[in-house]
Design a protein around this ligand. Sequence first.
Ligand code: BGC
Length: 736
Amino acid sequence: MSTIDIKEILSQLTLDEKIGQLVQLPGEFFKDDASTTITGPSAKLGLNKSYEVYNTGSILNVVNPVLIKEIQEKYLANSRHKIPLLFMADIIYGYKTILPIPIAQACSFDFEMIKKGAEVIANEAYNDGHHITFSPMLDIVRDLRWGRVMESFGEDVYVGKQYAQAMVEGFQGNDINEGHIAACLKHFAAYGAAVDGRDYGAVDMSLQQFYEVQLPAYKAAIEAKCKLVMTSFNTINGVPATGNKWLNRKVLREELNFNGVLITDYAAIKELVDHGVAEDTYHAAKLALESGVDIDMKTAVYANEIKSLVENKAVDISLVDEAVLRVLELKKELGLFENPYRGLINPVVKFSEDMKKEIALNLSSKTSVLLKNNGILPLKKNQKIALIGPHGKQKGQFGMWAFTGDRELSVDLKTALEEEFDSVSYAEGSNILLDYSRLGFSANGGNFMDMFPVKNQQELEAEAIDLAKQSDVIVLAVGENMMESGEGASKTNPTLSEPQKQLIYKLKKLNKPIIGVIYAGRPLILSDIESYFDGLLYAWYPGTYGNISNAQILSGKINPSGKLSMTFPKSVGQVPIHYSTYRSGRPILAEDVAYRFTSRYLDETNAPLYPFGFGLSYTTFDIGEIKTTRKEFGSSSLPIVSAVVKNTGTTFGEEVVQLYIKDLVASISRPVIELKATKRIKLQPQEETVVEFQLTQEDLSYHDQLGNLVLESGEFLVSITNVSSNISNHDIIKLV
Ligand code: BGC
């Protein structure tokens, strides 16, 4: 542990130098001679001419290790105080080895593997000189219109808590200076709950919902000692998060006990003016600083305004000092004062390439979800396969937030299928989109669209139909273009694009079995095409090696075991939909449409297409009757609930056993059911095991209207099952 005295360092800094520590700039400021940046990047950002770039505290998104080293060297040579720079970047779910996207990882319900995955990411990033990642994103999301579904763990509170802990522990390790990096949870807070499903949209919610649904994952990350927090772009009940004193001082610092660095999201300080809560940037800087924001990401607001705020006595210098101390403390914890280059000159290689591949494959074998199988899967080795669709020969299915992954290293589905089957031929079959103009990227399509140049649709279809005619079975690799999900990718009707649907309709006429492999960054609405498939595998974006496990699922070498971490609705009108919905005074029972005055839609059932927790296997599991050690108990002697689970099929398989509870009567109306625990088990054919869950006080508690945690006596339904839509295996227990 470093013995550096950060208070002593603070006492030696001028006000300008202190302010610099709170400023984050992109690397371009240091590429050239600092004097030339004044007319280039500085002018673009609107930095005052007097701003000294060699006071800056941190750098955003420089990913090239050579450049990181050069910038640090140049900085240390030119800055008076010689406090090393912090390098922060979006290293979200992979650095070189790209793992399945977060929403997919959550479908594994394997939090140990998720943690291992984060360790791999951290280790690769550490050795390239990175200090901090802007991950994990812990915004719970129940609205698939929102594009950042791909970066989230999905809809469930319990999953969020487990995912948060696993990611933070994996990134930061036991010793952050032994091959690990600091995590930054984002986006604080409730960013995924925009009322209109649009990115950057407003959030309006009760305190009860905020504490009950939004906070738990953030809280779990902070309890796991996450070093940084990022503010969100949105307003919460009218106040933008980035200048929100209640949120950042009371909730984050006082209630959640967070002592680390609070950084804004990209230019969010400046947006306080656009939100209409700050008159100008001077006012915006005051609001942010007072609300406890330490670092201004990529604007000139702190750089230009804090000095006058202090000189005019509009803010107290103690606010600046406390923010600077937090930044210095982070630099100290990362050992930067002793070793500003960390992994760049002292690499710590924890994983060989083979180990990384094995971890990625272990994860991806559990993240693809088998949604449908009429008996066609697994396919036989000698079946003649026509692989059709724009994703079939696509390398680098990484999703939007993986800029550093090596596409060439990645394995496409065609190559992976060839390892498993005797005969695999390919035709592209369809464009993903015919018009890219609304995706908001330049003509050649930014990062990922160059993979999908628009071609003649009729020719593509004709070629695919010819190929399909000569085959036994069609594997259809379709989905979203990668820029259709991620930041700024909200949609009103997330479904397969029209050209791809037309292709499916045409192929269906050939009377050959069709297996869909769908690549997407969110659950798509599949109701109108689902019946066209004999088998359906939801592959999300599987990362560098995920297609190897996808092909092995199709061949039966891997028995699928992914379970949905988010509900798949039948129609976008059901959104926001989630299994843990609230009760109604007029629930619809058994979809009884003869009676009008129940809580239902006239034109659609309430039930989703595929429920949360759902996913098929090639074997069958029988979950025996639920047992409880005590039916009545006090709060200090909570029971264990258990069930015998048996693999009743002929194939080895893994199952995610799920524990749900329902608080039958409480002072406020509680959700229909809530997931409280899961266990992933492995069983050989005909093998059985007892799966036990120890109930905790937290499992039976809830947040009241003011956000206080309460535990009330009364009856609870408990169920052990393997899908949220079936809680028939239940018991009633009583807290007295
Ligand atoms: C995103 C953040 C990201 C940041 C830095 C923002 O636009 O909302 O999630 O970490 O940019 O790249």
